[in-house]
Design a protein around this ligand. Structure first.
Ligand code: FCB
Length: 477
């Protein structure tokens, strides 16, 4: 083991206390199928919207695709051995829909299911709890061709797929997440179009968001029918939204973006209703005619756990006429009806994604979910950062990433002390991988991947995290 650097910077006195997490805290790391598996055309797998999108010139930086990715499909055994070496208690992975149900309808593909059966068996053999996400953005292309998530039928198709996977893996997987980050699927996929399938229509984004949640609700019911003992949840990506000043117009801008980013999902899923102010904001985009009687009851089907992905905070301000739109996920078209809201950068340190580093925002986010929405156990199902890494003498000393994890784990602990029933934490990501529209240019891994040789090198952050897991907490510095 290398000797990991610890935050803060050399020469700075650190008097932070050691922190211990509750017994049984579930320490994990996360990945997603399209980002790591490769083997895009093997074992009966057919294209998803991300295959089509990444193979469309101009969509992904440098034309990168997930065709090979981390070649995890062929290296699963050694990857699980690496997880065991790091002492992971749990591994959150996603199932590729077009691998287990090519085309998105009809019978299961036994060869595809076998891959996940082997993965789960391997995890269990190493004492690692499998945490299965059904949908991490890889919609089978034929379902997009008949309308995608803006079409209601896709929700029913998703529930059928959930049943196939539950029938095959329900005997050995305890934790099930239906959707990963429906905001991204809906608003980046169908609003701004920076994610697959690359469509850009505000009303379609809102419809997609609704049908994703409907699919979630139907899948919860399908999972319960197939496996009554499963622990079922959903993962949402949440952001504290802060007004740039206390001027009423800025405060209102924050209310609007909070509505679209957070409450659009939290309210239907956990309260069974859309917020009235959000519906009023969206009135010029949609009349919500796609919402049918009974949908919200289905969407709010009882859950066992709630997953929160946390990366950063949004700071927003009222429009200034003629202001330039911001790039990527702050693109105005991500925010139907509120395209004029400005996203403000405060000049605080950022990651290689240009996302502001804001650990206190994790405390705020977890407390909000618990205090305003639910008593259910919460899990941080993703948290992490991209930084530029350098391999020196076969080592990667990623002090910035390590410091990010350290700060956010301290925040997670603070949330627990404030009464949040936080039961686990998953680092994003186990290893460097295909970062969607950014291809392989952004590295989030605790393990470095050389995409030519596929050699894995645990970075300092991985060694440090292994020690955190071993101690069930953070050491005194
Ligand atoms: C989240 C995604 C995950 C990864 C991280 C950086 O939005 O769920 O796949 O891309 O961001």
């Amino acid at each position: 083991m290398s000797n990991p650097a610890s935050p803060p910077a050399v020469g700075v006195v650190d008097d932070r206390p050691p922190l211990t997490f509750p017994p049984g805290f579930l320490w994990g790391a996360a990945t997603a199928a399209y980002q790591i598996e490769g083997a895009a055309a093997e074992g009966g797998r057919t294209p998803s919207i991300w295959d089509t999108f990444s193979h469309t010139p101009g969509r992904v930086v440098e034309g990168h695709t997930g065709d090979v990715a981390c070649d995890h499909y062929h290296r699963m055994g050694s990857d699980v051995a690496l997880m065991a070496e790091l002492g992971l208690k749990s591994y959150r992975f996603s199932v590729s829909w077009p691998r287990v149900q090519p085309g998105g309808t009809g019978p299961a593909n036994a060869e595809g299911l076998d891959f996940y059966r082997r993965l789960v068996d391997e995890l269990l053999a190493h004492g690692i709890e499998p945490w299965l996400t059904l949908y991490h953005w890889d919609l089978p292309q034929p379902l997009e061709d008949v309308g995608g998530w803006p079409a209601r039928d896709t929700a029913a198709r998703f529930a059928d797929y959930a049943t196939l996977v539950a029938d095959a893996l329900g005997d050995r997987v305890r934790y099930w997440t239906t959707l990963n980050e429906p905001w991204c699927s809906a608003f980046l996929g169908y609003g701004s179009g920076v994610h697959a399938p690359g469509r850009s229509d505000g009303a379609d984004a809102v419809r997609a968001g609704h049908h994703l949640m409907l699919g979630h609700g139907l899948a919860v019911q399908a999972l319960r029918a197939a496996r009554p003992t499963a622990e079922v949840g959903v993962t949402v990506n949440l952001y504290p939204v802060t007004p740039a000043s206390d001027a009423p117009a800025d405060v209102d801008a924050a209310r609007r973006i909070d509505g679209l980013a957070n409450r659009f999902f939290l309210d239907p899923l956990l309260r069974g209703s859309y917020p009235a102010d959000l519906m009023a904001d969206l009135a010029k985009v949609t009349d919500f005619g796609h919402v049918r009687d009974g949908d919200l009851a289905t969407i709010s089907s009882p859950l066992d756990v709630v997953g929160v992905n946390y990366y950063s905070r949004h700071v927003v301000a009222a429009p200034v006429p003629g202001a330039e739109p911001e790039p990527y996920w702050r693109a105005p078209s991500c925010w139907p009806g509120s395209e004029d809201v400005r996203f403000v950068t405060r000049g605080v340190p950022v990651t290689d994604m240009n996302w502001e580093i804001d650990a206190p925002g994790l405390v705020e986010t977890l407390r909000r979910v618990h205090e305003e929405y639910t008593d259910l156990p919460l899990y941080v199902t993703e948290n992490g950062s991209a930084f530029v890494d350098e391999v020196v003498d076969g080592q990667v000393d990623d002090v910035d990433r390590l410091a990010y994890f350290d700060a956010h784990l301290r925040a997670a602990h603070e949330a627990i002390e404030a009464g949040v029933p936080l039961r686990g934490y998953f680092a994003w990501s186990l290893m460097d991988n295909f970062e969607w529209a950014w291809g392989y240019t952004k590295r989030f891994g605790m393990v470095h991947v050389d995409y030519d040789s596929q050699v894995r090198i645990p970075k300092s952050s991985a060694r440090w995290y292994a020690e955190v897991i071993r101690r069930n907490g953070l050491a005194a510095q």
